[in-house]
Write a protein of this length. Structure first.
Length: 263
């Protein structure tokens, strides 16, 4: 019970439970904290019980201990992707002024996490979705380069061959699996942020085909993949002359493929 809260905690919890929200108490506290008055709470609660993701209702998501702004329709950063962020941070810390590129950046959560942990990092980010790019520009510092376009296409040519850490959380859900995703994802996030084609690796193929020429010697590219996709993903990057390995995290129950350009 949260009877000391100035707004209606119990009623909010009951409404969220009726809508099938598993963590109703936690969500109620967040909604109540975000609402300055009863009218605002009613509006937030109405959106949430209609199925809108909590992060879109609040306008932010927590990622790697950071509050990341998330506008309507923009991909919500997942907790499992914190593993990719942590490994990218480890690699960025090996450089005094690492050049970091976040492709398929969505809200810019990965670039933001890396830049927060490594303040000397030089950040660039790109996404094909204008709404995602607008959100990333709100999240990332003013000195970061944030551009809209298809993968590497909008990037300045002077980045070519200079990227130390390339993070790319590509869409990797197979097309036929989209329909079985939770409605919060398939109804409220941009499909192009989810759909990875027939086997889920279509976008990774495009990234692998070009990544080597953008990496500095010794530079790394990191992508996320399901456990059964990861070996094939590693082969995609190895076929372009990179040295690849699959890493699995029990804590986050996810796999990444880390590929390195030989020096």
């Amino acid at each position: 019970m949260d009877s000391d809260h100035p707004l209606d905690f119990d009623g909010t919890v009951l409404a969220l439970r009726a809508a099938g929200c598993v963590f109703a108490e936690d969500e109620a506290r967040l909604l109540l904290d975000a609402a300055p008055d009863t009218g605002a709470l009613d509006a937030l609660l109405a959106r949430r019980v209609s199925g809108v993701p909590l992060e879109h209702v609040l306008g932010w998501a927590e990622f790697a201990g950071i509050r990341v702004l998330v506008d309507d329709g923009v991909f919500v950063p997942r907790r499992r992707t914190e593993f990719l962020a942590s490994r990218a941070i480890d690699l960025a810390r090996e450089h005094e002024h690492p050049m970091v590129l976040d492709l398929c950046c969505g809200s810019g959560a990965l670039a933001l996490a890396i830049g927060s942990a490594v303040p000397t990092a030089r950040l660039s980010a790109a996404d094909i979705d204008p709404a995602a790019v607008a959100t990333a520009r709100r999240n990332l510092p003013a000195h970061a380069l944030v551009v809209c376009g298809d993968l590497f296409e909008p990037l300045p040519d002077d980045l070519r061959g200079r990227v130390d850490v390339l993070v790319c959380n590509t869409p990797y859900v197979p097309t036929l699996a989209i329909g079985s995703m939770p409605p919060e994802a398939r109804l409220f996030e941009a499909r192009l942020a989810l759909d990875g084609g027939g086997d889920g690796l279509d976008v990774q193929r495009l990234v692998a085909a070009q990544a080597r020429e953008w990496l500095a010697p010794g530079g790394h590219v990191l992508v996320e993949a399901s456990e059964h996709q990861a070996p094939q993903s590693a082969l995609l990057f190895e076929s372009t002359g990179l040295v690849s390995r699959v890493e699995y995290s029990e804590e986050y129950d996810t796999s990444i493929v880390l590929s390195t350009r030989p020096r």
